[in-house]
Structure formats: C-alpha cells, structure tokens
Design a protein around this ligand. Sequence first.
Ligand SMILES: Cc1ncc(COP(=O)(O)O)c(C=O)c1O
Ligand SMILES: NCC(=O)CCC(=O)O
Length: 436
Amino acid sequence: MEKILIQLPKRLVMKLEKSKALYEEAVKLLPGGVSSPVRAIKPFPFYTAKAEGSKIYDVDGNCYIDYCLAYGPLILGHANPVVKSALMEQLEKGWLYGTPIELEVKYAKLITKLYKSIEMLRFVNTGSEATMSAIRLARGFTGRNKILKIEGSFHGSHDAVLVKAGSGATTHGIPNSAGVPPDFVKHTLQVPFNDVEALAEVVEKNRDDLACVIMEPVMGNSSLIIPEEGYLKEVRKITAENDVLLIFDEVITGFRLALGGAQEFYGIEADLTTLGKIAGGGLPIGIFGGRREIMEHVAPSGNVYQAGTFSGNPLSLTAGYTTVKFMIENKVIDVVNRTTEELVKGLKDQIEDSNANLEIDSIASMFCVYFGRKPKNYADALKLDKDRYMKFFWKMLENDVFFPPSQFETCFVSYAHTKEDVEKTIEAFGLCLREL
Ligand SMILES: Cc1ncc(COP(=O)(O)O)c(C=O)c1O
Ligand SMILES: NCC(=O)CCC(=O)O
C-alpha cells in the first residue's frame, strides 16, 4: 500500500472536516475509499453535497468552480434545468422497461445525422462497455485477433486495454493491471501517439492478424495531448491501405470538439466510433456505431454477442437526447469554446508573469496546465511533475477552484461557466503560481 505523503495545511483540513471524517469511514468499506480510483485524492477527497451550474458544493459548505465536471460529461454544467425537467417528465412514466422505446430511434437518427461515419449504432451503459464491444466487433468482423492501441490512452477498465493505460491507472502507478492474464493482452499491441512511422511499421507487419487500431483522436487521459498536424489523416490512410479497421474512441471528444466529434473537427471518418460521457447528458451511457456492413455483425442480426439489462434505458437516453438538442439549439460549442479561449488566455498571461515552469494548451473546451513541457506522447507526459501538480491542485482548491485531481487528466469548461467564474479562476491561478 502506498503511504499518504501529502500534508495539507491545518486551515485546509479544518475547512474539509466533514469530508475527512467521511473518508476515514469510507476506506474501511470501499477499496481506497471510493467507487472509482480517480476520486481517491490524497490525502482525502472532498465529499459533494450538491452541484449546480459551474459550481460544486461539498458537505462542509464550501463552493468550488468546477473544471473537473465529472471528467467530461457535463458540457452544460451541473443540473441543467432543461435536462432536469425532461428527466422529471420521464420519471413520471417509469424509468426502466426492458423493451424498445421510441427515443432509441429518435436519438439514433440524430446521432447518425451528426456522425457521417455512423450508419448504425448500439446503446450501452458506459464508455468501457462501448470500447469493449467495438473491439469484439472488430475482431468478429475481420476474423483477426490483434488490436493496436496508443500508449497512455484510456479506453475504460476492461482487460484488452489495461496495458499502458492512462487516467487513474497511470495516476496510481498501475498502467498494466494485475488480474489480466498475459494471454489476454498478448494480442494488444502499442505504439506512441503522434508517430506515423511507428504506426505504419506495426500495422504493415501485423496486417494479416490485426483487427483494428483504436485511439483517442485527442488524448485526454495522459494529460491533454493534441495530435500534430496531419497525424490523424495519416493514421486513416495507413489503416485503410492495410485493410485494418480504425476505431475512434470519442468518449471524451464526441459532442465536445464538434457535435460530430473529432471526426467533424478534423474531417476524418473512422470505421467504428465509440461515444459516451456527453452523449448521456450526465447519466450513464456508452454508444458504439459505424458502417452498416460492420454493425450488422452485432447480435441478433449477426454473431458478435453483446447485451445489457440497462442498455438504452429511458433516463440516459432522455438526458442525452435533450442535452444534444439543447447544444444544437443554443450553439453551445461556440459559447464554451469562447469561454475556454478567454480563460486560457488569462491563465497564459499569469504563467508569463510568474516565470513558472509551466505550459498550457487547449482545444475546443478542453485544456490542461502542464507542469513541465507540453507532451506529444505518453513518454513525454510521464516526465511531467505530477507531485507539483498536486500541490497546485490543493492550492487551487483552497482558493475555491476544482481542477481534476491528477496531472494525467484534462480540464473541461461548460456552458454554465460565466465571465465572473473565468475572472475568479484567473485570479486564483495567479495567486497559486506565486505561492507554489
Ligand atoms: C476516451 C475514453 N474512453 C473510454 C472511457 C470509459 O468510459 P466509462 O468511464 O464511461 O466506462 C473513458 C473514461 O472513462 C475515456 O476517457
Ligand atoms: N479520465 C478519467 C475518466 O475519464 C473516467 C473517470 C473515472 O475513471 O472515474
């Protein structure tokens, strides 16, 4: 077991008294005290009592401006009233039927309109389930075993992708999880991001047994790593030339970089796409979809089995569909991108004024403060100063701003973030840099 080394100042511990007490109980009942490892902030996390708009409130009554935003789904901010009222309406009609519903058809139509590469899709419950199913489908469709993933990407917590995995797996020092038999991952190949030659070499060498390349088009689980100009187009070209399926894992980038995700943003079409997070409007969801000839291999029209009690449930579909409709009607992406630009410009100015050894970068409404040089792949990301990042995290929290609790995560901006939030964040950031 890792020892807790971080010492918080007494005033901060006092400010978080109830959270600390809850965590002390939680660690006796839940592994690491949490329901998902990324939440196990050292020495203890704050416990949320409620959230609204851009703000999250803890059980001690503190209020923070939230840039973690539940790791991506909340592009409208917390508890958006339009989504809430749609959910209330659905609740009156029941919340689980185990039968098809009209909204599946409506939402599928909307998604296939926004994502040119998706002709058919299946609703599942999480991003993990979506990538697991998409990989199984790629294997079933091609009759090949190997898959190629990018070092430091995170596609959820199923066996095939828990090697050199980003997010909490990297934060907690277990990028290769125990409990995954080597036999299960001997078919998972890896290459660094932003390296066309490495990818071409592995794809060409393995083409006869390579089912797919799976990647986050913009990496959001090893800090934020943006593809170099032309990289994704090359990836598309190499996979097509070698008859290998390309899966874009757009669980983070879907509905965020553009309504049509990274594929619309970069003008590239994948063979299969996974969606999640925003697609569920804050409720659990995953989606995998793609070309009809591939998707028709999914059971019961095909022989690749995939199923789920809660799949396509009315609440997740309602929250997701209402969120995407709201985004279209209110040009949400333009608004959040403008807010992000303003915020990032302000943060950059503070960095320049402070001479701190930091960099910052952003794309659409995702941004990241790097404690070191901006990375172009996982190996670079591992050189970032994660301990100094955590010092910064706590200083920001003390100043009422909640950034993701790891250097290996990405910050998100929502439609609910105001000019005042941006100003307060820039001010808090400046203060923290001076005290670091
Ligand atoms: C790119 C990416 N893919 C897949 C997942 C897995 O999604 P979920 O947590 O909903 O299982 C995540 C995040 O968790 C993710 O960031
Ligand atoms: N980057 C982290 C995630 O996207 C998921 C959060 C979790 O694992 O709890």
